[in-house]
Write a protein that binds this ligand. Structure first.
Ligand code: ADP
Length: 447
């Protein structure tokens, strides 16, 4: 049994994990940088430990400080949330070596999926369709040229260690390949300390559709259906929904089964998400995230399953009590990521929130760690709240979302609320007819 969880994160996700723990009767330990001393996750936790100065490297990424905090507070488990150390295999390993439960998959699976080339190979072996591309890293310009000719242009150069949309470049034709390869390598080296890149066919109008899975230590795997995360800017998700307006029931079930079998074959354990691009009726795996995702609430809203609670219970060795046959999406959910940034220039807007009024009413959920008088520090992610809306149908969900966005007040800083209002007023969004490039076309006035 897990009795005390150290939450190695901040912001809304730290609060989300705290809430699951509270409901399970588990004590919580918050860790924080000096910039977050007044943060909500610190105020609500049973105990808190300051682990360093504002820069994440010295606090939220500081493994010795986090382990020391676990030690002095007697925490018997650590939940990493998303971002920061959540996909750091050596962190997972070190935690376990210290006799602390890591609420997540094994270090081996984190490592495997952290390398996109290895992940693609492993997934292909267990029957998952992958984007056509090179089987391994490209080691020279001449190799890249001949491989690109075989795959066909446009070509996407991708970093093996990539994440957060970094280390990706599109080459429209052979003359662009060399400069794009060099740029991707440089960016990957700077961001991940690893400049291995590979090539993939660039899909022109795909949707981003991902499947949520849960797997326990007893070999049981359940899949909780898909989320559509095609609303993106610079490869970053802006709004997510479930179910996807692009899938029919037959395709949903078929893909869910492929994913479930594949996860059982590799012996995965914990929560995870398999990301796919979906184009012209075909699915292509791009990567797997071995952690809780920002957009997990849309799945929780349509399935009624508490994913964080399941993660904790799986980590404590309990079997999943959910029967696959009874998992079915009910109604429709949409999540808007509310960021502290200008709605149209996207310039970050940290600072003091003078007024904060979250919307209420039927079908609503707000995951946020801000309050009136809170100062958004400039050091971290700009996400300040997630507005998640549920309706019996997509139409009802959209009606509620429109209403909720007009109620939401965040004063004193700039936010992207207006951007969400603009998106959901668009005909093609209402029709569910959008791909991963749609938002950028809208923003550049091409739609
Ligand atoms: P990251 O780990 O950096 O988020 P992903 O592999 O998940 O990288 O890709 C992020 C986004 O980039 C995808 O959601 C999609 O919008 C775009 N993308 C990735 N691979 C391709 C591809 N082969 N063709 C077109 N777009 C792609």
């Amino acid at each position: 049994m897990i009795e005390k969880v150290l939450i190695a994160n901040r912001g809304e996700v730290a609060l989300r994990i705290h809430r699951a723990c509270r409901e399970m009767g588990i004590k919580t330990v918050a860790v924080h940088s000096t910039a977050d001393a007044d943060a909500m996750h610190v105020r609500l936790a049973d105990q808190s430990v300051c682990i360093g100065p504002p820069p994440a490297r010295q606090s939220y990424l500081n493994i010795p400080a986090i382990l020391t905090a676990a030690n002095i507070t007697g925490a018997d488990a650590i939940h990493p949330g998303y971002g920061f150390l959540s996909e750091n295999a050596s962190f997972a390993q070190i935690v376990v070596e210290h006799g602390i439960t890591f609420i997540g998959p094994t270090a081996e699976h984190i490592q495997l999926m952290g390398n996109k080339i290895a992940a693609k190979t492993a997934m292909r072996k267990v029957g998952i369709p992958v984007v056509p591309g090179t089987d391994g890293p490209v080691n020279s310009i001449s190799e890249a040229k001949s491989e690109a000719a075989r795959i066909g242009y446009p070509i996407l150069v991708k970093a093996a260690a990539g994440g957060g949309g970094k280390g990706m470049r599109v080459a429209r034709g052979p003359s662009e390949l060399e400069p794009m390869l060099l740029q991707a390598k440089q960016e990957a080296m700077a961001a991940f300390g690893n400049d291995a890149v590979y090539l993939e066919r660039w899909l022109e109008h795909p949707r981003h559709i991902e499947f949520q899975i849960l797997a326990d230590t007893h070999g049981k795997v359940v899949q909780l259906g898909e989320r559509d995360c095609s609303l993106q800017r610079r490869h970053q998700k802006v709004l997510e929904e479930a179910p996807s307006p692009a899938l029919n029931a037959e395709t949903r079930t078929r893909m869910g089964e492929i994913v479930r079998k594949a996860m059982a074959k590799i012996g995965y354990c914990g929560a995870g998400t398999l990301e796919f691009l979906y184009e012209d009726g075909e699915f292509f795996f791009i990567e797997m995230n071995t952690r809780l995702q920002v957009e997990h609430p849309v799945t929780e809203m349509v399935t009624g399953i508490d994913i964080v609670r399941e993660m904790i219970s799986i980590a404590s060795g309990a079997p999943i009590g959910i029967d696959q046959a009874r998992v079915a999406p009910r109604g429709h959910a949409i999540e808007c990521r509310i960021n502290a940034e200008n709605a149209f220039t996207f310039k970050p807007s940290p600072g003091r929130i003078t007024d904060y009024h979250p919307p209420g009413g039927p079908g609503l959920r707000i995951d946020s760690a801000v309050y009136s008088g809170y100062t958004v520090p400039p050091f971290y992610d700009s996400l300040i709240a997630k507005l998640i809306v549920h309706g019996a149908t997509r139409t009802e969900c959209l009606m509620r979302l429109r209403r909720a966005l007009t109620e939401l007040v965040v004063g004193g800083i700039e936010t992207n609320i207006r951007l969400h209002e603009r998106i959901i007023a668009e005909r093609s969004f209402l029709d569910g007819a959008y791909d991963i490039h749609w938002l950028e076309r809208l923003l550049s006035g091409q739609t």
